[in-house]
Write a protein that binds this ligand. Sequence first.
Ligand SMILES: Cc1cc2nc3c(=O)[nH]c(=O)nc-3n(C[C@H](O)[C@H](O)[C@H](O)COP(=O)(O)O)c2cc1C
Length: 213
Amino acid sequence: MLEWLRSRRSVRTFSAEPVAKDVLERILEGAISAPSNTNRQPWRFTVVRAAAMRAQIVEAVSRKTAEIKEIVARSHHAAEYGDYGDFFHEPLAAAQVIVIPQYREYPDLIANLIASGGGDRTQFTTASSMQAELCSTSMAIMTLLLQAHAEGLGACMMAGPIVAKAEIQALLGIAEPWRMVGAIAIGHPAGDSPVRGRKPMDRVVHWIEEDNR
Ligand SMILES: Cc1cc2nc3c(=O)[nH]c(=O)nc-3n(C[C@H](O)[C@H](O)[C@H](O)COP(=O)(O)O)c2cc1C
């Protein structure tokens, strides 16, 4: 399992081969198998296969990215930003499928129960303080990526397209209480995807053992 997890990459270049619908259905099955807060399953996924709609999404992201680039060009950070914005739309443009994951928030049950008992809900940290629905949807995105990997497809989770959040939500009819969480580019991989290193375990894991209390 560990070897297989390590073999997953964010894939940003794809061939023109379409992705079969039954494969996509399995990928979405993978997504909705994720755990969620009180099993609320606070997620939804819009799967864009139609080329014309994909093109409109790419166009919206490119336009917003260009706007940002123009503004940044006037700042002293222009060189640092460089072509970074291209990572916001290029994988989408190459993808055969774009999935837009969405989540919605629910009332914070425990906080409301505290309030109904006369308590001060601000004195307690409950599910909303950890954005439990967003966490659940992130898990669904990960299981989607893993199932895509298992199917031999390439995929890339992307925050970049959020620059065109309003435009994409309007194009796809996504309205409150639903909120888009980035975009996922999917397709048959073309070319090599770089291996991104990981921070060493001792920088990110803190052990509390019996003998170092
Ligand atoms: C929340 C999130 C947002 C990301 N946004 C982008 C993005 O906008 N464009 C992109 O090319 N990759 C994006 N990535 C992919 C990361 O760059 C990638 O996961 C990271 O570099 C590690 O590489 P690996 O997934 O191949 O191991 C994103 C990943 C996550 C989890």
